[in-house]
Write a protein that binds this ligand. Structure first.
Ligand code: AMP
Ligand code: TRP
Length: 337
């Protein structure tokens, strides 16, 4: 049976890009597969940060995930730094990862361009990510589209490690080399139809660093203040101009949040200029409320009871440490330790 693993950085509030690209899928998948979800705080320190802020955000991210529907009775939720084996496996992987593969990662290029002085952690970030996944020998990784390249690298690492340290099976392959056991699986990304949500500026991917997000736990008033001025179809200048839903970010959000009949109606009203963009946004705000009200309610309950969150994370970490120890022991033995 497949084991699922995914992670999210505690580098700000959970936003609807994270939610639609990844977390909503996790909530569904936890019932179908053995699932492990991780707040990756060691990844979050690869960019400059405030220690007190990190403490707060780690907890806030766990609250948001639980509120969004991650159920610790069904799956495992834990914090990366509570399982030290992640960094041990990452070190092993660092010794076999080709530097060129890391240097050509798009996220490395983007992040390092934005920094005056670039720390090695930004370059090695995807190696730690490979360790996260492979420590649990997970083969399926539900993520947004921006993580596809990192997962390719995870496969390179798994393949290389297996070919160097996997036990010999005794069989000879067609090319004359000796077959090795595939100790680590080659993990695959699992994408959703909403794999890349654009920000409210309509130009860039929704991301905290671009300041173009809607957080999952914002109030209806805050959400409306962001939706109201959000970019729509750039060719629709006057209220009476017919629009093209396919090029409109608000329409894509309708597809994520509104029922199919509403999506169809919205498209019709846009094409025929029956509605202006504000009318369309009001309907979106209502659809979002339907999904977000129960999430907000659960978040408020959890915020009032921090020990419930801490207990869930502690038992998640205990469960993960046991699996991690087994993998590390086997890897160490095969690597000559
Ligand atoms: P991060 O906040 O970078 O840790 O991302 C957590 C998860 O959300 C990852 O699976 C990302 O691929 C996904 N994600 C982040 N931003 C977006 C977006 N704008 N659209 C879709 N998925 C996203
Ligand atoms: N790099 C991922 C992101 O920014 C977070 C992450 C870390 C992750 N380790 C992972 C995602 C393992 C999936 C699996 O979104």
């Amino acid at each position: 049976m497949s084991r699922i693993f995914s992670g999210i950085q505690p580098s700000g509030e959970l936003h609807i890009g994270n939610y639609l690209g990844a977390v909503r899928n996790w909530v569904r998948l936890q019932h179908e597969f053995e699932s492990i979800f991780c707040v990756v705080d060691y990844h979050a320190i690869t960019l400059p940060y405030e220690p007190d802020m990190l403490r707060e955000r780690r907890h806030a991210m766990a609250v948001s995930l639980l509120a969004a529907g991650i159920d610790p009775n069904v799956c495992t939720l834990f914090v990366q730094s509570q399982v030290p084996e992640h960094t041990e496996l990452a070190w092993f992987f660092n010794t076999i990862t080709p530097l060129g593969e890391l240097e050509r990662q798009t996220q490395f290029k983007e992040k390092s361009q934005r920094q005056e002085s670039v720390a090695a952690g930004i370059l090695n970030y995807p190696v730690l990510q490979a360790a996260d996944i492979l420590l649990y020998r997970a083969d399926t990784v539900p993520v947004g589209e921006d993580q596809v390249q990192h997962l390719e690298l995870s496969r390179v690492v798994a393949r290389k490690w297996n070919s160097m340290f996997g036990r010999r099976t005794g069989r000879t392959l067609d090319d004359g080399t000796e077959e090795r056991e595939a100790f680590f699986p080659e993990p695959q990304a699992l994408l959703t139809p909403t794999r890349r949500i654009m920000g409210l500026d309509g130009h860039a991917k929704m991301s905290k660093s671009m300041g173009n997000t809607i957080a999952l736990l914002e109030t209806p008033e805050q959400i409306w203040a962001k939706l109201r001025p959000a970019v729509t179809d750039p060719k629709r200048i006057k209220r009476t101009d017919p629009g093209t839903p396919e090029v409109c970010n608000i329409y894509h959000l309708h597809k994520a949040f509104s029922p199919p009949e509403t999506v169809e109606h919205v498209a019709h009203m846009c094409r025929t200029a029956g509605w202006g963009c504000i009318d369309c946004k009001k309907v979106l705000a209502e659809s979002m409320e339907t999904e977000l009200v129960p999430i907000r309610r659960r978040a408020a309950e959890l915020a009032a009871d921090p020990s419930r969150v801490d207990d869930a994370l502690a038992s998640g970490a205990a469960h993960c440490r046991a699996i991690a120890r087994e993998t590390i022991d086997a890897a160490r033995e095969r690597m000559g330790f």
